[in-house]
Design a protein around this ligand. Structure first.
Ligand code: 13P
Ligand code: SF4
Length: 368
C-alpha cells in the first residue's frame, strides 16, 4: 500500500486533547510510558527527526542503520518508528510476526517514495524487457514502497541505501549488464558516475509518459534511472554552491547524494546522512562547513559542534515536511493508543509482499 492508499483508508486526525497539552506534560507522559513498557518498547529515530522527538529515541541512525537495528531487535513487542512510512514498512518486514511496528502519524510519507508505484514499475519493466531482454537487474532505494521492494526481490535485485549504494551497484553489475534504478534518479546517477559509468550511458525512465529518454543507441545504455527525486534535496542548487564559494572561500561543502549531479560535482564531498555526520565529527575545530541535507540534522550538527562553523548550503532551506509530521503530540498519542490496545498506528505489510521484499532487503543487509 502506498502512502496515499494508507491515508485514504484510515487517517484520523489527532484528538484535540494532545494539542492542548503543554510540552512539559507531553514529555512527562512519554517518560512515564517508556518506563511502563520498559524493554517491550523500542523507539528508533531517523536523523532527520525533530529534537523534541529524537530526545526519546532509543537509537538514532540513518536508514541503513535503522533497518539493521530493526532486524536485530527481538525483544521489543512494540516498535514506534520515528521516521517516515517506508522506514516503518521496512522495520515491519524485518521483524517477527509477534512484533508490531507503529508510525506516530500515518501522514508521514516520503514524496520521493510516492514517485514510483508498483503499477508504473511493472509497466516499465515489461516495456524495458522488450528492448533489453534479460540483461537488466532492478535496484531500489529503500525510499520506496514495500510492493516495489517485493518486485525487486522477485526479479533478482536488491534494495540500497545511500550508505551502501556504491557496493550494491557494483554487485548489481556482477549479476547483469544493466541496472534499472528506482526511484531516485540522483542517487542512481551519482553512484553510477562514481563507479565509472558515463552520463552518456545512462537513460531516464519517465513514468508519466512510459517512455525511455535517451539520445543514442539503446545498446549503449548501462543504467536506467527512474525519474524520481527528493523534493528536499533538489532545493540545493549550483547557485547555492557558487554563493558559498564566493562568500566563504575556505568553507568545505558536503552534500547528500540525493542532490543533483551538478551540485555533487561542485561540492567537496558527498555521502549518506551517516557519512556527513562522521565527517563533521572528525573535522578539526575551527573548520567551516556548508551542508546540503535536511535541516533538522543540519541544525543539530550546528548545535552539537559549536567549535566549528556550520551552515546550511541553502540559507532558505526548510525541513522535510513529512519527517516533521512526527512530533511530540503524535508520539504521545501513539504511545497511549498502544497502552489502550488500539491498533490505529500499526504499519503492517501483507505476508505476500513482505516475503519478497525481505529477499531484496536481505540481499542488501548481507552485503552491508
Ligand atoms: P539516509 O539513507 O541517508 O538515511 O537518507 C534517507 C533519506 O530519506 C534521505 O532523504
Ligand atoms: Fe523523502 Fe526527501 Fe524527506 Fe528523505 S528528505 S524522507 S527522501 S522527502
Amino acid at each position: 500500500m502506498n502512502i496515499l492508499e494508507t491515508l485514504n483508508s484510515r487517517v484520523t486526525l489527532i484528538p484535540e486533547k494532545y494539542r492542548n497539552m503543554s510540552t512539559e506534560q507531553l514529555e512527562a507522559r512519554v517518560r512515564e510510558l517508556k518506563e511502563k513498557f520498559g524493554s517491550k518498547l523500542y523507539i528508533p529515530g531517523h536523523h532527520y527527526q525533530k529534537d523534541e522527538v529524537i530526545q526519546f529515541a532509543d537509537d538514532t541512525g540513518d536508514s541503513l542503520r535503522l533497518a539493521q537495528l530493526s532486524a536485530e531487535n527481538r525483544d521489543a513487542e512494540h516498535i514506534v518508528f520515528c521516521g517516515v512510512h517506508f522506514m516503518a514498512e521496512t522495520a515491519d518486514i524485518l521483524t517477527t510476526k509477534e512484533q508490531k511496528v507503529y508510525l506516530p502519524d500515518l501522514r508521514a510519507g516520503c514524496s520521493m517514495a510516492d514517485m514510483a508505484d508498483i503499477h508504473q514499475t511493472e509497466r516499465a519493466w515489461a516495456k524495458l524487457k522488450e528492448i533489453f531482454g534479460d540483461t537488466m537487474i532492478p535496484l531500489t532505494y529503500v525510499n520506496s514502497t514495500a510492493a516495489i521492494k517485493a518486485f525487486v526481490g522477485k526479479n533478482g535485485g536488491a534494495t540500497v541505501t545511500s550508505s551502501n549504494a556504491d557496493r550494491m551497484v557494483k554487485w548489481a553489475f556482477t549479476q547483469k549488464e544493466r541496472v534499472f534504478f528506482l526511484p531516485d534518479q540522483h542517487l542512481g546517477r551519482n553512484t553510477a558516475y562514481k563507479l565509472g559509468v558515463g552520463l552518456d550511458e545512462m537513460a531516464l525512465w519517465d513514468p508519466a509518459t512510459d517512455t525511455l529518454v535517451f539520445d543514442g543507441d539503446y545498446q549503449d545504455i548501462k543504467v536506467i534511472l527512474w525519474k524520481g527525486y527528493c523534493s528536499v534535496h533538489e532545493n540545493f542548487t549550483v547557485e547555492n554552491v557558487k554563493a558559498v564559494r564566493e562568500k566563504y572561500p575556505d568553507m568545505k561543502i558536503i552534500v547528500h547524494p540525493e542532490c543533483s549531479r551538478e551540485v555533487v560535482a561542485l561540492a567537496d564531498d558527498s555521502g549518506s546522512t551517516n557519512y556527513i555526520i562522521k565527517q563533521i565529527e572528525q573535522a578539526p575545530p575551527g573548520s567551516s562547513w556548508a551542508i546540503g541535507t535536511e535541516n533538522n540534522l543540519v541544525n543539530r550538527l550546528i548545535a552539537t559542534h559549536q567549535d566549528k562553523k556550520i551552515i546550511s548550503l541553502n540559507p532558505f532551506m526548510c525541513s522535510c515536511l513529512t519527517m516533521n509530521r512526527i512530533d511530540l503530540p503524535h508520539l504521545v498519542w501513539c504511545l497511549e493508543s498502544i497502552e489502550q490496545g488500539d491498533e490505529h498506528h500499526v504499519i503492517s505489510v501483507s505476508e505476500e509482499i513482505a516475503e519478497y521484499a525481505k529477499i531484496a532487503l536481505t540481499r542488501m543487509l548481507e552485503q552491508s
